[in-house]
Design a protein around this ligand. Structure first.
Ligand code: GLU
Length: 310
């Protein structure tokens, strides 16, 4: 294994990983719960690494926008935490759920308090609270992603947003169910509109590696202002490590050893605190909803560079 000190830039590592991935027969299937995602070619692959100073390296389809989906949950969590601080944790927990991302069963046992901010129920609570504080949760998210990535063209994919709404019965059920416990402030249809717009944001690996940079910089934004305290940045990274890859977070921690968050669009972001941030994209998903090539690429990155939190 070559250690990181062997390399002066991440570029050769990314190229080696891309070659290895290309040689591996494609597996996994794109998400099929909405037509807009099912149409993606599962063989697409891109990967980017951003350093804390904004230097970014990439390979393959790293500049191609894809559907960010649940990766947005990291950013809405950070944006809400920065406003309301620890009071958020009275409304959403921070333990792995062990259940699928859109499960309803646990919510009833646990009185409408979702296990963590990265399952859909928890993300709905976070978006609801951010919406109450800003009047436009999805707009706040988009402005943040544009500013951190330096890409003013980053935007919602209206087709995906409409498709999410048309197939949103389960998220609607989660919203109404939590509202019945008093854990949602806004009218559920308003919340759902915000959440579907949030999920529909399209961004590239380069955009997302850069936008995640504040978590490598211990809470500091690209312009040098502070979004989160050092302790809050640690909290977000910790929840990503334990809950960020659906009900496969244990396996992801075992293989990759980094805080990460995946989405059903096939993207995964990961953080090496103090060192760099990564985003990988390939739409073929495993049965848990994580990108097959994405997890494999991050696994190789951790092995080749020796970078992990462990
Ligand atoms: N829009 C998706 C949903 O709420 C997000 C799924 C995901 O990426 O986990 O069903």
């Amino acid at each position: 294994m070559a250690s990181m000190s062997t390399w002066t830039t991440f570029q050769p590592i990314l190229e080696r990983i891309a070659e290895e991935i290309e040689r591996t027969p494609g597996s996994g299937r794109p998400a099929d719960y909405i037509p807009a995602l099912a149409a993606c070619d599962p063989r697409r692959f891109g990967m980017a690494v951003a350093e804390p100073d904004g230097t970014v390296y990439g390979v393959g389809d790293w500049r191609e926008p894809f559907s960010v989906q649940s990766i947005t949950k990291v950013f809405t969590l950070a944006l809400d935490l920065s406003r309301e601080g620890g009071a958020l944790w009275e409304h959403v927990g921070r333990e792995p759920s062990g259940n699928p991302f859109n499960s309803l069963v646990q919510l009833e046992y646990e009185n409408g308090i979702p296990r963590n901010p990265f399952i859909n129920a928890g993300a709905l609570v976070v978006t609801d609270r951010l919406h109450t504080r800003t009047g436009d949760a999805a707009g706040e998210l988009l402005a943040f992603l544009r500013a951190e990535s330096g890409n003013p063209d980053l935007t919602y994919d209206e087709e995906v947003a409409a498709s999410e709404a048309a197939h949103g019965d389960r998220n609607a059920a989660l919203g109404h169910f939590m509202a019945s416990y008093g854990n949602i402030d806004n009218p559920v249809p308003v919340l759902l509109e915000q959440y579907f717009r949030q999920c529909s944001v399209a961004a590239s690996c380069a955009d997302l590696a850069l936008a995640t940079g504040f978590l490598a910089r211990h809470g500091v934004r690209a312009d040098g202002t502070r979004l989160l305290s050092r302790s809050q940045a640690k909290q977000v990274n910790a929840v990503m490590l334990t809950c960020g890859t659906y009900d496969a977070a244990g396996e992801f921690a075992y293989r990759v050893g980094l805080p990460g968050k995946s989405g059903v669009g096939g993207g995964i972001i990961a953080v090496v605190p103090g060192h760099c941030t990564l985003c990988v994209w390939s739409p073929g998903l495993d049965e848990r909803g994580n990108s097959v090539a994405g997890v494999a690429a991050l696994d190789r990155f951790a092995t080749l560079t020796g970078l992990s939190v462990f």
